[in-house]
Write a protein that binds this ligand. Structure first.
Ligand code: NCD
Length: 336
């Protein structure tokens, strides 16, 4: 039925428009189904999905596990603090242990870039058919978050038919700690692929100028960009400029845990310059949705009032959409 070719999902740089389309369409079908309790879908019955999260997570891990259960898969989750990692076992040997127990898919999150890609490579080399799905690696990539954000935006613009076309010609503003954000990187691939222009906004310490060129060259391992014509990326340091004429705004958590030097000393100042509120959103000139991947620092990236306002802030909607999007990914990957 599908043209899907990806056994593993490491990043979105290799995604074609058909790939995005496939995920959005399937997620939209799953989103419409009540798949709890006895109404679970049988699609992945007998499959084992293991979630290997070497970094903390609230949303992503639970969302993958609920998605797997909604498709009737068995789920095994691994917690590093309680495991043989503490006895010196390597990540690869840990992964191979779950493969030996019959895991069909490993969902992997790690603080170091490339761990999911390396595992996928080693498993292929060992002749294993287990898929690796990146649940977030270092600063590099968080493909399922990029896709759920894309679905959330497409559904906002075109509730009946949330396809990639819904993003064409839109101006999407992303604010904040772009430097440390794998979510921003995955969104840049996804949004520009669908023909949206992206305006990045933040202080120079958290948003280097090089981001303008982010999608210009394919990353290692990808010979040719599968997207013939991408949207453009712009950078501005001024919130008022970034918000002018925006069709949607995404703001990102200040990732203090990844800031090696004291890149940002004063979060009150940051809130004044880059924090969103009902007041600052007036600059957009129309009602625009606000997204945030979570977890949110209340009163830093946005005001508490804005976070509570479900008519504008789509944070809850993003969490809800995470399950059908991840169901779509597990379903497509398991068919290879
Ligand atoms: C993000 C992550 O872990 O990359 N959160 C998420 O998965 N929803 C963003 C963050 O930690 O700020």
């Amino acid at each position: 039925m599908t043209g899907w070719t990806h056994r593993h999902l490491i990043d979105l740089a290799c995604f074609s428009i058909d790939d995005y389309q496939e995920v959005l369409a399937l997620a939209h079908r799953f989103r419409a189904l009540p798949v709890t309790g006895t109404r679970k879908l049988p699609a992945l019955q007998g499959r084992l999905i293991a979630t290997l999260f070497f970094e903390p997570s609230t949303r992503t891990r639970s969302s993958f596990e609920l998605a797997a259960k909604s498709l009737s898969a068995d789920v095994q989750s691994f917690t590093p603090s309680n495991s043989s990692i503490g006895k010196g076992e390597t990540i690869l040997d840990t992964a191979l242990t779950y493969v030996a127990m019959g895991a069909d898919v490993l969902v992997v999150r790690h603080k170091s870039t490339n761990v999911p890609a390396q595992l996928a490579y080693e498993l292929e080399k060992a002749g294993e058919t287990t898929s690796v799905l990146n649940g977030g690696d270092g600063l590099h990539s968080h493909p399922s978050q990029g896709l759920l954000d894309l679905y959330t935006l497409a559904r906002y613009f075109e509730p009946e038919n949330p396809s990639t076309d819904a993003l064409k010609g839109k101006k999407i503003t992303i604010i904040g700690d772009i430097l440390h954000s794998r979510v921003a990187r995955s969104n840049l691939w996804a949004l520009t692929a669908c023909g949206a222009d992206v305006v990045l906004c933040g202080p120079p310490s958290l948003l280097p100028e090089e981001f303008k060129e982010f999608v210009s060259a394919p990353p290692p391992g990808i010979e040719k960009d599968p997207i013939p014509k991408r949207g453009k990326i712009y950078i501005t340091r001024k919130l008022s400029e970034a918000l002018q004429d925006a069709d949607a705004v995404m703001t990102l958590r200040l990732q203090q845990e990844r800031m090696q030097e004291n890149l940002l000393s004063d979060t009150n100042r940051y809130h004044q310059d880059y924090g969103l509120s009902h007041q600052s959103l007036k600059i957009c000139g129309k009602n625009v949705p606000v997204l945030h991947p979570g977890p949110v620092n209340r009163g830093v990236e946005m005001s508490g009032d804005l976070l509570n306002d479900r008519s504008t802030c789509l944070v809850e909607e993003q969490v809800k959409n995470g399950i059908p999007v991840r169901m779509a990914l597990l379903y497509l990957i398991s068919a290879i």
